[in-house]
Design a protein around this ligand. Structure first.
Ligand code: C5P
Length: 240
């Protein structure tokens, strides 16, 4: 199931590789975030990429344009399939990132990674947004940053399930929307710290290009069976 990405939010590279080995073929790729990357370094990304896995390197770069561009180049050389940056880093930072990904990929004869922007972290609310100086509605800020990402030539954004439909409407069919916060339906698990959730089927129906699922799969007694059920739920929506 190409649209299902599994967040390998585990403590060690060995556990991440073990999970990937058991889920390969059933899911569309694996997300490696800052915890695993900081603990284990790039070897786990290289290892999965060498297996042919699609690796979403979720390090949310946010720095001056040159630094982000060189980080995206490094991620491209590592074999990442998808990488992300914070849209609030601005237009020139995102343009530099996109250009660097394409340039490095062309020089190395590999596909450029999909470059995805984070708009507003889903852990933020109106109050925390105002506390960092952003007044107004959450939806307006998300729409503004998604528009900026599109203008910079990025491939898509990360969006909460509630934002997926309006971003899809605003940015069109070719813009990728990557949606975490999946709970309920086949993703039966405690909500954990996720608040505004949707089922996998609902998120895909709302226009998500990819969904990211962590604990409902990696914390399940049988991760393979959990992934299979979620894949089935997605298939039921896409084959309608
Ligand atoms: O375990 P769970 O399914 O909640 O994992 C979701 C994954 O997506 C985690 O790796 C989390 O860090 C990430 N994520 C998120 N919300 C965002 C962006 C990323 O939950 N807005």
């Amino acid at each position: 199931m190409d649209q299902l990405l599994v967040a390998l939010d585990v403590e060690s590279g060995a556990r991440a590789v073990e999970l990937a080995d058991s889920l390969r073929g059933l899911v569309g790729g694996f997300k490696i975030g800052s915890r695993l990357f900081t603990a284990e370094g790039p070897s786990v990304v290289r290892r999965l990429a060498d297996e042919g896995d699609r690796v979403f390197l979720d390090l949310k770069f946010h720095d001056i344009p040159n630094t982000v561009a060189t980080a995206v180049s490094a991620a491209t050389s590592l074999g990442a399939w998808m990488v992300n940056v914070h849209a609030s880093g601005g237009l020139s930072m995102m343009q530099a990132a996109a250009e660097a990904g394409h340039r490095t990929a062309a020089a190395e004869g590999r596909p450029a990674p999909l470059l995805i922007a984070v708009t507003v972290l889903t852990s933020m609310n109106l109050e925390t947004l105002a506390s960092v100086g952003v007044q107004g509605k959450m939806e307006d800020q998300v729409a503004r940053l998604a528009g900026l990402a599109q203008q910079a030539g990025l491939d898509g954004v990360v969006a909460s399930p509630q934002e997926t439909a309006f971003i899809r409407r605003q940015c069109g069919a070719r813009f990728a929307v990557v949606t975490p916060g999946i709970r309920g339906g086949a993703a039966a698990a405690a909500k954990n710290d996720q608040e505004r959730t949707m089922t996998a089927g609902e998120a895909i129906a709302a226009g998500a290009s990819f969904i990211v699922v962590g604990r409902p799969i990696i914390g399940a007694p049988d991760p393979r069976e959990a992934a299979r059920r979620i894949a089935e739920e997605i298939r039921a929506v896409t084959s309608r």
